[in-house]
Design a binder for this molecule. Structure first.
Ligand code: IDP
Ligand code: MG
Length: 153
């Protein structure tokens, strides 16, 4: 099966009306949406989500940030989706993310950064079940997949 990644449009992305613009980037790229949930993340789930950063100076702050307001949680699928989506997101903060990236184009903060994306297959496998059960991950074929991947010959 093609790779999957967990993408979250974080509280500032929702509050700043950026959901459509961010989702468009992934849709236009050709990724397949396999799950989506608009929800408020509990503090305990936010702690699990960022468990890898426990003990770092920003840990309590980022947990509070992620759980502060509703977010859009999604799973996107494509061959190589994790590497591509990390490139599309750009550096951690908009302040130094390259123009052309989501963080670089839509924000200039050194504290908020609009979007989360899994950084490895292992992270995606840990993060996706925090938000979705197996039967919420929809399995289907996009009509243009052969065109997208160049499998027409
Ligand atoms: P990433 O989101 O680009 O993968 P990570 O280093 O994994 O960045 O950090 C996870 C999240 O923690 C970031 O997206 C950001 O919200 C927050 N964060 C990381 N470093 C800092 C910091 O130095 N100050 C405040 N928040 C931070
Ligand atoms: Mg990370």
């Amino acid at each position: 099966m093609a790779d999957r990644t967990l993408i979250i449009i974080k509280p500032d992305g929702v509050q700043r009306h950026m959901m459509g613009a961010i989702i468009s980037r992934f849709e236009n790229k050709g990724f397949k949406l396999v799950a989506a949930k608009f929800m408020q993340i509990s503090e305990s789930t936010a702690r699990k989500h960022y468990a890898v950063h426990e003990g770092k100076p920003f840990f309590e702050g980022v947990v509070k940030y992620l759980a502060s307001c509703p977010v859009m949680v999604m799973v996107w699928q494509a061959d190589g989706v994790i590497e591509m989506s990390r490139k599309m997101m750009g550096a951690t903060f908009g302040f130094d993310a390259e123009p052309g990236t989501i963080r670089g184009d839509f924000g200039c903060s050194k504290g908020y950064n609009l979007i989360h994306g899994s950084d490895s297959v292992e992270s995606a496998e840990y993060e996706i079940p925090l938000y979705f059960s197996q039967d919420e991950l929809v399995d289907y074929t996009l009509a243009d997949e052969d065109w997208l991947y160049g499998r027409n010959d």
